[in-house]
Ligand binder design. Structure first.
Ligand SMILES: [Fe+2]
Length: 264
């Protein structure tokens, strides 16, 4: 139903700082630039938008998936580009878990980025994009007051699947998109960063207009107001705005990637 994260819009206190980090160090291509806004493309199907805003920022957490066979090279590229990898309390920078590996680092606004790779993700389905070989934006963190109520609403509206279902943390998954529903009282790993509520706009990809119709019917059933166009849907749930857009990202990609929650 939901295929992927298509766009992530954040505020920044410095467009120049965004350029130095995302364009010079991470080498994301620029797709639009003005005095107070810049768009970069971590992958073909995902745009990140930074808008200059003269207000305090709450940093967010987001994560990119790279091919497992490329992970060690990507870590070397990050370090070669002068990116400081964050350490776990025991001093290590790379974490190896049952199904993969990851590293964390921060941008100039203090946002907590993660690069991760899973052994189960099939390679050759999506082209690795750019210098960092990014496959897709996998995670975006949504700190909320009530994790259980929020995840339930996401399941009811989007048919999201749940993973790592804890009282203070859950992955709510649609396609390649993993919404990290986290309690504002649970700190982000590995540096125990407070999970503040960020000002952000997230756009999810949908494969066709029928999906938007189905979700808008569900919103009506819950008396949640929305704005709808031919290929767009916009609404707010609690703390966050949601945009859905019909895109060319194929509905089959998550199962071709063999993501656990995409299996029949
Ligand atoms: Fe993460």
């Amino acid at each position: 139903m939901i295929t992927h994260f298509a766009k992530l819009e954040l505020n920044t206190v410095s467009i120049q700082g965004v350029k130095q980090f995302y364009c010079n160090q991470l080498q994301f291509p620029v797709s639009f630039e003005s005095m107070d806004e810049i768009h970069v493309q971590p992958s073909e199907h995902c745009t990140m938008v930074f808008k200059e805003a003269d207000q305090p920022l709450n940093p967010i957490h987001f994560a990119f998936e790279v091919p497992f066979t490329a992970f060690d090279d990507v870590v070397n590229l990050l370090q070669g580009a002068g990116v400081t990898l964050l350490r776990w309390p025991d001093g290590r920078r790379v974490d190896e878990f049952e199904t993969g590996k990851n590293v964390y680092f921060r941008d100039g606004d203090g946002n907590l980025l993660e690069i991760l790779a899973h052994t189960y993700v099939q390679e050759g389905v999506l082209p690795p994009s750019g210098y960092l070989k990014i496959l897709y934006l996998r995670e975006v963190g949504f700190p909320v007051d009530d994790v259980m109520a929020y995840r339930e609403l996401l399941v009811e509206l989007f048919d999201f699947k749940l993973d790592t279902v804890l009282d203070n943390f859950t992955f709510a998954i649609g396609g390649t998109a993993h919404v990290v529903v986290v309690s504002k009282t649970r700190k982000w790993l590995p540096i125990a960063m407070t999970a503040l509520q960020p000002a952000m706009d997230v756009t999810f990809g949908a494969p066709n207009a029928r999906v938007l119709d189905r979700i808008s019917n569900r919103l009506e059933g819950k008396s949640i107001p929305y704005n709808k166009g031919n290929d767009r849907l916009y609404f707010k749930i609690g703390e966050y705005s949601f945009h859905l857009q019909v895109t060319a990202f194929s509905e089959n990609v998550p199962s071709l990637l063999e993501l656990p929650n995409a299996r029949a």
